[in-house]
Design a protein around this ligand. Structure first.
Ligand SMILES: CC(C)(COP(=O)(O)OP(=O)(O)OC[C@H]1O[C@@H](n2cnc3c(N)ncnc32)[C@H](O)[C@@H]1OP(=O)(O)O)[C@@H](O)C(=O)NCCC(=O)NCCS
Length: 183
């Protein structure tokens, strides 16, 4: 399942993307607020992403991870994804991460808004969530520009480089989506 935005194409990841994903996961700035950790080698990345690549084989598929590609150049610039709850809850959790040379151009917001649209329209979700370390100011801004509301804080929930880090919980509910187009 592929997705288009104005400037970007999102294609589901497969093993041919391993090197790009390893490069992305090996950058300190990308990992700064993430729990993945810098992989020691490409084999560690292979293990880390196995459940996400293999998710395509599951029926029903509950995890989607997409390469983020600039349409005009075909360049890989990052990853985005959504994890779906059991059907009766109709919840999805989104994420995104980009190579630093592509930060500050509105790409993450473009992806986040599109994942929200896809979540409501194609996956028939009722609620879409995202978590975000409390000091990840760029991502906080992305979530707020995407029309999401800060619901609260999970205390000491993210294990990041040996510390327990607080995380905000953001969400948007299906009848709030109009906010997306108003901002
Ligand atoms: C978070 C991340 C995805 C943002 O990507 P991006 O494409 O630069 O985001 P956008 O350009 O769409 O928006 C960034 C916003 O943050 C703002 N911003 C940048 N630095 C900031 C800071 N220190 N404090 C507050 N806002 C800041 C930008 O000005 C912009 O807002 P604006 O459009 O109102 O000016 C990117 O930094 C990244 O990949 N980080 C590492 C992975 C990660 O943390 N992912 C999120 C996990 S929750």
């Amino acid at each position: 399942m592929d997705i288009q935005t104005h400037r970007l194409e999102l294609t589901e990841i497969s093993w041919v993307d391993l090197e790009n994903i390893h490069r992305l996961h090996s950058i300190f700035e990308v990992d700064e607020f993430n729990t993945v950790g810098i992989p020691k080698n490409i084999e560690e990345t292979r293990e880390n992403i196995k459940p996400y690549v293999n998710a395509k084989e599951c029926d029903p598929q509950s995890k989607y991870t997409w390469n983020i590609i600039i349409k005009a150049t075909g360049e890989f610039i990052g990853l985005g994804g959504i994890k779906l709850s059991l059907d009766k809850f109709r919840i999805g959790e989104i994420f995104y991460k980009l190579l630093p040379e592509h930060w500050g151009k509105g790409y993450a917001t473009e992806v986040s808004k599109q994942l929200i649209e896809v979540g409501f329209d194609r996956f028939n979700l009722h609620r879409i969530e995202a978590g975000c370390a409390v000091k990840n100011f760029k991502s906080i801004r992305v979530l707020e520009k995407s029309g999401m509301t800060r619901e609260g804080i999970y205390r000491k929930i993210l294990p990041i480089r040996g510390e327990w880090v607080d995380s905000y919980l953001y969400s948007i509910i299906e009848d709030e989506r109009k906010k997306n187009t108003d901002r």
